[in-house]
Design a protein. Structure first.
Length: 309
């Protein structure tokens, strides 16, 4: 009986692994060439993807629609919110939502398998074993969300820090007589190496303008795509200037001055917080050392006098 009880967790783990592997193989089975060609004709974005599919990337893209089916948002509002979050992190591919949901589903399965294997081997078929499976599955499911939030915050920070330089260069180009499109192209050429994130966003705007999209829609998408408040205010000013025919150079100059004031206020706020933030290191690390140095000799003398008396 003891031998069978020892082998039971291994058998359960092997069975779960086999079932998951068979499900993934069925979901990732290749469709017919005719069906693939019809999908490419319906969606032109798939034509370029079909040329570049290879290895694990091809496997994930084929399995993404089936794997993400259970996690797809039910309403259009939730779908748009997911697209915006991915765009804020720099993932503008139309297939990005499906791939992201498929990665979350795969993380759920991998977490359940790893947690199940470790939990069953450590605790067996007990409450602790089932708890380890649930915790590992939840960690694998929410790990892509945490990674996405980190990438989004770092990208928005890069855009916020590089926007003043881009705006100053844009002001100089516009005041020198260039149009807004030509000024944006010059900014992209000059900042492609130093600030690639903001340069890529402006380059995407230029490509959309060349394809014939209205400037108002292109600028609005730029604000939504970045998710940075300063970019949204800049976009609103440019849309107003383009709508009412006012001077774009003057609008850019006003926005540039406002951004300088805001950055100065942020720097002053951080400087004011420094005194409070330094209080805890002083109390925990510096004051004890000073206390020992100042009071230590007097304490030793007092102890010696008490002992001699």
């Amino acid at each position: 009986m003891t031998d069978s009880a020892d082998w039971l967790p291994l058998l359960v783990f092997a069975a779960c692994t086999l079932v998951v592997w068979m499900v993934i193989r069925m979901l990732a089975s290749k469709d017919s060439r005719a069906a693939a060609r019809l999908d490419e004709l319906r969606n032109p974005a798939l034509r370029e993807k079909a040329r570049q599919k290879q290895g694990m990337n091809s496997f994930l893209e084929r399995a993404a629609p089936a794997l993400s089916k259970a996690l797809e948002p039910k309403t259009e509002l939730e779908q748009n919110a997911l697209r915006i979050r991915l765009a804020n992190a720099g993932f503008n591919n139309p297939l990005a939502p499906q791939l992201f949901l498929a990665i979350k589903f795969c993380g759920l399965l991998m977490g359940a398998l790893l947690g199940g294997g470790i939990g069953l081997l450590t605790y067996g078929l007990s409450k602790n074993g089932y708890t380890s499976v649930a915790l590992a599955a939840g960690a694998g499911f929410y790990l892509p969300e945490l990674i996405l939030r980190y990438i989004k915050s770092k990208r928005q920070e890069q855009i916020f820090l590089s926007l003043p330089d881009a705006l100053d260069l844009l002001v100089v180009c516009v005041e020198a007589g260039l149009g807004l499109d030509a000024a944006m192209r010059r900014v992209v050429d000059e900042m492609a190496d130093t600030h690639p994130v903001i340069a890529s966003e402006l380059s995407l705007c230029l490509m959309q303008l060349q394809m014939g999209r209205p400037r108002r829609d292109v600028l609005h998408d730029l604000g939504v795509r970045t998710g940075v408040d300063d970019v949204k205010s800049l976009v609103a000013i440019l849309i107003q200037a383009d709508k009412f025919g006012s001077s774009i150079a003057q609008a850019l100059r006003v926005q540039s001055d406002a951004m300088r004031v805001k950055r100065r206020q942020i720097a002053e706020e951080k400087a004011q917080k420094t005194a409070v933030q330094m209080l805890f290191p002083l109390v925990l690390f510096i004051f004890p050392g000073i206390f020992v140095v100042l009071v230590g000799p007097a304490a030793i003398k007092m102890i010696d006098q008490l002992l001699t008396e």
